[in-house]
Design a protein around this ligand. Sequence first.
Ligand code: NDP
Ligand code: 8X3
Length: 248
Amino acid sequence: MRTVLITGGTSGIGEAAARAFVAAGWRVIATGRRKERLDALVAELGTDKVHPAVFDVRDEAARDAALEALPAEFRAIDLLINNAGLALGTAPAQSASLDQWKTMIDTNVTALVSLTRKLLPALVERMGAIINISSVAATYPYTGGNVYGGTKAFVHQFSLGLRSDLAGTGVRVTSIEPGMVETEFTLVRTEGNQEASDKLYGGANPMTGEDIANTLLWVAQLPPHLNINTLELMPVSQSFAGFQVARS
Ligand code: NDP
Ligand code: 8X3
């Protein structure tokens, strides 16, 4: 039985991924700050299938304590899914909150890099894999996307860099780059504005956490000689709108 560590298993893509991987016969270490959500996942899927690891990804000491406390049967991690992340705000750069920018960088970049570095030696030893959740925002800028897009561009390029460094190790690395997925993402971005979230997703037939979870599972279960470098997904309803021109 293979083991996957999924960061951000308390909602959205990560929660759906926990269910999909357990259904496919994997053991799942699900992480997040909301203990009650992880406890519910364990109650639903079973203590032998899911291990809850409660920590803030930005807190390296708490993370390391949680990793050291892993039960023996969850210790051999074959796959790391770096999913925990967030966008905060949509204000233009000139009026955006610097604190929100730092939170996005600390979570989406620094914590992701730190956990990856921590687990890499063991992943190399086991010829494991890493899947990083980037975004279409890595490639296509939009107003108010400033630092969020920057963090996801980092995740894209870091994933490709890892591929280079891991040459010959057999470790696979993939950057998954979704467009609109209906999760708690917009609630978080708007600091709990349910109306804004409903308005964004309403009538758009967005992707679901399950859509991305199934893609993650597909990537994870490909034959070991095959690496998906980057994979961009969008709902059919979402597409490109071209350049803007500021006229005097
Ligand atoms: P959700 O808000 O539903 O889930 C985010 C998850 O990240 C939660 O489980 C949350 O757990 C966890 N998380 C956030 N910050 C921290 C932290 N400091 N420490 C620990 N865990 C944290 O959003 P999604 O499922 O949509 O987001 C998952 C990933 O997908 C993110 O990286 C996001 O950027 C990316 N993405 C999302 C898209 C979308 O349209 N929804 C599109 C493209 C990419 P908790 O709060 O319990 O700690
Ligand atoms: C989330 C997708 O388009 O809201 O990464 O930035 S988007």
